[in-house]
Design a protein around this ligand. Structure first.
Ligand code: NAP
Length: 338
């Protein structure tokens, strides 16, 4: 069986997912694409045999030849396409964020709950990274005791001029927020955002780095150093401190080079390099689940919670205070993994 996938939004990550679905993974093909920029959609379609180009996301979703939908357009457009996918009864993989406001995420939860089955998966690919998975296995096994703290760092080498302090929370720290919820199997109760001395590499008025403090429901504390202009590389760090030991992400290079007086290894240049295999694993798992008639991975609830925590984080950045995270009651549809 081949899942015929329609891709809405053929920008940077959309093109990468088209490549992945066409050349790397099994059980799926790209059947249709669309983009606000029709020339870009046609250029991407040129590289894929038998693909249709649609004028709009809505047309793509209702195309009978499209079995499942991937949403990789700009964040504020996600809600419309996810809702249309649910209305069409098709499985939807939505890149993060699920939607950019709490209200939009609410509408998606309401629609999926009314449909009565899970149709939405959100692209928090770190859950598929081998190192994070190994870390979670050790924490969950209890072999180093109950967790107390997690230290994390999310260091981007550089960002475009359009990037803002808010985006450090919404686009970077959002991944650490999802990891914290997943690692400790619980919600985030409160968030605080501290602003250290600003890097001279940041634009004026831009707080960079940020120190994001997450309080988990059971009192575990997670600190995330989120840097937009770390300069040297894309550096992702994580360490969970438990009562009887610690577990941390190792360097991702796989080999260490030793020569006179030094030992060294490669640090990834960007998120594409660091998480390439996680994206592959995430999509293969989703294709396999869709083939079997369902979905898998982070749910619309996870997307909702991440957006609410980010929103609360923005309030905390403005106020300088500890801000409690207020979530609606979780619908029973999300009690179990899909
Ligand atoms: P991008 O390069 O700007 O691509 C977005 C594409 O969607 C552009 O081609 C844009 O066209 C198109 N688009 C905008 N509105 C549309 C609409 N209404 N219908 C159809 N297409 C539309 O952005 P990107 O970096 O690929 O990011 C896309 C999404 O992926 C974002 O939500 C982002 O947060 C997410 N993302 C996730 C990760 C991750 O780590 N999981 C990494 C990168 C990105 P125009 O340029 O003509 O507007």
């Amino acid at each position: 069986v081949t899942v015929n996938v329609g891709v809405i939004g053929t920008g940077m990550i959309g093109q990468d997912h088209v490549r992945r679905l066409t050349h790397v993974l099994s059980g799926a093909r790209v059947a249709a694409v669309t983009d606000m920029d029709a020339d870009r959609a046609r250029a991407v379609a040129d590289g894929v045999p038998g693909v249709r180009v649609h004028d709009s996301g809505q047309d793509l979703i209702t195309d009978p030849e499209v079995d499942a939908v991937v949403v990789t357009s700009w964040g504020p457009t996600h809600e419309e396409y996810v809702l249309a996918g649910i209305a069409a009864g098709k499985q939807v993989f939505c890149e993060k964020p699920l939607a950019t406001t709490r209200q939009a995420c609410d509408r998606i939860l309401d629609a999926e709950t009314a449909a009565g089955r899970r149709l939405v998966s959100v692209g928090f690919m770190r859950r598929y990274d081998e190192q994070y998975r190994a870390m979670k296995e050790i924490v969950t096994s209890g072999q180093i005791g109950p967790p107390l703290l997690m230290h994390a760092a999310h260091r981007n080498p550089a960002v475009p001029d359009s990037f803002t302090s808010e985006m450090i929370i919404n686009d970077s720290a959002v991944h650490d927020i999802d990891v914290a919820r997943w690692m400790f199997d619980q919600e985030i109760a409160a968030i605080r955002v501290l602003t250290p001395r600003t890097s001279s590499k940041a634009r004026p008025g831009f707080h960079d780095p940020l120190l994001v403090l997450l309080e988990m429901a059971d009192g575990v504390l997670v600190d995330v150093e989120a840097s937009a202009n770390a300069g040297f590389a894309y550096d992702i760090r994580g360490e969970v401190v438990c009562e009887d030991g610690t577990v941390e992400l190792s360097e991702s290079a796989g080999v260490v080079v030793k020569r006179v007086g030094t030992h060294s290894g490669r640090v990834p240049a960007n998120w594409q390099e660091r998480f390439a295999r996680a994206f592959d694993a995430e999509f293969q798992a989703w294709i396999d689940a869709v083939t079997a008639g369902g979905t898998t991975g982070p749910s619309a609830w996870d997307g909702y919670a991440a957006t609410v925590v980010c929103d609360t984080g923005l309030a905390a950045l403005r106020s300088g205070n500890r801000e409690p995270v207020v979530l609606r009651e979780r619908p029973a549809l999300y009690d179990k993994e899909a």
